[in-house]
Design a protein around this ligand. Structure first.
Ligand code: HEC
Ligand code: HEC
Ligand code: HEC
Ligand code: HEC
Ligand code: HEC
Ligand code: HEC
Length: 383
């Protein structure tokens, strides 16, 4: 009896909605879910007692739907209902097999979900450096060939290339939307636009230089200090960018307050001059103005957004119109949005410096005039 209660008393609101909403839901299921929803034990007892025929049919249908559901939470919601029905079936009709089947399925699913989370955490640490991405969408095929997931270091590429060399021409600036495959690469597209044996090492061999996460030596891509600076010079000479290590202080990458490479400082000091395109004759589009963001709260400094520094790095299309409408004051900008990857947070905290580095954006004392900047703050309330 205790078992049935714990099963019945699970908070099922969302679930119920989900399962009852499915077009396939029979009248019996809808009624049962309603009773569960309302904690109507009299009704549940009635469906349990009279449902000798319907309960097994519904439990099997729910199991099937759960197997087909893509999201773990949806599967579990369906299984919560199935478990309740199977519990009733055992109680009123003395057959525990159905409940055992449901529980076995749930245990298996929970085990798989835990394994998925552990797998995620295992690769997550490779992404702590801003812009390091682990590609493991095609994990099964890679494993079959004994290969590790691919570790893509934005920072190694930034040494020689501006964002616009890759975005948007080769890759849309968004994770997981570019359907990168080995076939595309060996045919000279995507990574293969450069990893062709001419611009950089060929992807027809050198498998482990990319399929590298978790392999010995991957730390050179995780800790920039371990990267061979002499190699950067060779690469720059080959691809035609500029790298002037003699301008580095102590021969080391300048680091920001949080310990990541300070790209602005490197650029300002003329340490590196990345290429804007891989093809010749690229026509760059720039916008040379500064936009002043004045927060409503007076205790926090204002923010200057330089179209110039951003449009030298990124194409207009990397920001307009998906991320920002190109109208002054036309886009909300809150720290909350940024922390979820919207607005400035689409890059800052990912490939560009972190949001935790407040003072690099909040630089202007409010009220002080900002020469030449476009002021975008809406008029104060009441006007
Ligand atoms: C050598 C090519 C290359 C360069 C240069 C490059 N990127 Fe990327 N970027 C990629 C690839 C590849 C992806 C992953 C796309 C995918 O998963 O489909 C990516 C993804 C991203 C993402 C989404 C990542 C996330 O965590 O959501 C952002 C943001 C981004 N790049 C910003 C930039 C910025 C800013 C620059 C310049 C400072 C830059 N990229 C330079 C190749 C490049
Ligand atoms: C715009 C040209 C370009 C594109 C596109 C590009 N790369 Fe690279 N990549 C380079 C260059 C140049 C280097 C520096 C190594 C060298 O050639 O000296 C490099 C280095 C690397 C490294 C470091 C390897 C090492 O041993 O130092 C990895 C890993 C890598 N690329 C993976 C990728 C992947 C994965 C993609 C596609 C998602 C990609 N690259 C797209 C040009 C490119
Ligand atoms: C320049 C980097 C790079 C090199 C070098 C490279 N790969 Fe890949 N490979 C990738 C990327 C990126 C993916 C996409 C991974 C994902 O999204 O799961 C990939 C995917 C794969 C896959 C998954 C299935 C598929 O067809 O996409 C296999 C298998 C694979 N590579 C084999 C190889 C082999 C074998 C070699 C050496 C001959 C090699 N790769 C060299 C970058 C590279
Ligand atoms: C890094 C992202 C980014 C890039 C790259 C970028 N913009 Fe913008 N743009 C913005 C932001 C942010 C605003 C301010 C929107 C607001 O006030 O809500 C803006 C505003 C604008 C506006 C209205 C204000 C003004 O400047 O007159 C225009 C027009 C515009 N952008 C055009 C462009 C063009 C053309 C390019 C390429 C040369 C470009 N932008 C590149 C982020 C970007
Ligand atoms: C990448 C640039 C950037 C960084 C880094 C940044 N901010 Fe902001 N912040 C902004 C912009 C842009 C606004 C919008 C200003 C406005 O209201 O027009 C803003 C707004 C705010 C506001 C006003 C209320 C809100 O949430 O919108 C506060 C408070 C704030 N930031 C605090 C911080 C603190 C604290 C940090 C560091 C932990 C930080 N910011 C880091 C760009 C940044
Ligand atoms: C398309 C990617 C992208 C977006 C979106 C973006 N930034 Fe940046 N931003 C960069 C890159 C790249 C740098 C160079 C420094 C770095 O990589 O850490 C940079 C540098 C800066 C700097 C340093 C000074 C300078 O101009 O070089 C400030 C301040 C800044 N961004 C503010 C903002 C604000 C505010 C927003 C949103 C309104 C924003 N950024 C949106 C990519 C982006």
């Amino acid at each position: 009896m205790k078992k049935i209660h714990t099963v019945i008393l699970l908070p099922l609101l969302l679930t119920l909605f989900l399962a009852a909403d499915s077009p396939a839901a029979s009248q019996f299921r809808q009624d049962y879910i309603k009773a569960l929803d309302q904690n109507n034990f009299t009704a549940l007892e009635y469906y349990g007692r009279t449902g000798k025929k319907e309960l097994p049919v519904e439990v099997r249908a729910l199991l099937k739907e759960a197997r087909e559901a893509e999201v773990f939470d949806d599967r579990m919601h369906l299984m919560d209902i199935a478990a309740s029905m199977a519990g009733m079936y055992r109680h009123w009709h003395g057959d525990a097999n159905l409940l055992a089947e449901v529980e076995a399925f749930m245990n298996e699913e929970i085990k798989k979900e835990n394994a998925r989370i552990a797998e995620f955490e295992k690769w997550n640490r490779y992404e702590t450096l801003p812009g390091n991405l682990v590609f493991r969408e095609r994990m099964a095929q890679m494993e079959a060939r004994g290969l590790s997931p691919v570790l893509f270091p934005h920072w190694v590429h930034r040494l020689n290339y501006e964002c616009k060399a890759c975005h948007q021409g080769l890759f849309t600036m968004k994770r997981g939307v570019n359907a990168i495959t080995q076939a595309n690469i060996t045919e000279g597209r995507q990574c293969g636009a450069c990893h062709n044996g001419t611009v950089s090492f060929s992807a027809k061999e050198n498998c482990e230089r990319c399929h590298r996460a978790g392999k010995p030596g991957d730390d050179t891509l995780l800790i920039p200090e371990k990267y061979d600076l002499k190699k950067i010079k060779e690469t720059a000479a080959r691809v035609g960018s500029a790298w002037n290590p003699e301008k580095l202080k102590d021969g080391k990458f300048p680091l920001d307050r949080l310990g990541f490479i300070d790209w602005s400082a490197m650029k300002d000091n003329g340490v590196y001059t990345p290429l804007k395109a891989i093809e010749k004759g690229y026509r760059e589009e720039l916008r040379d103005n500064t936009i002043y963001y004045e927060p409503k709260m007076t205790f926090i400094k204002g923010v200057l957004f330089s179209h110039k520094t951003h449009s030298t790095r990124a194409e207009c299309a990397s920001c307009h119109q998906d991320l920002f409408k190109d109208t002054l004051g036309g886009n909300p900008a809150t720290m909350m949005d940024m922390s979820t990857g919207a607005s400035c947070g689409a890059c800052h905290g990912k490939t560009a410096f972190k949001l935790a580095d407040c003072n690099r954006c909040h630089t202007v004392t409010q009220g002080a005039p900002v020469e030449g900047a476009l002021k975008r703050t809406p008029p104060p309330a009441g006007k």
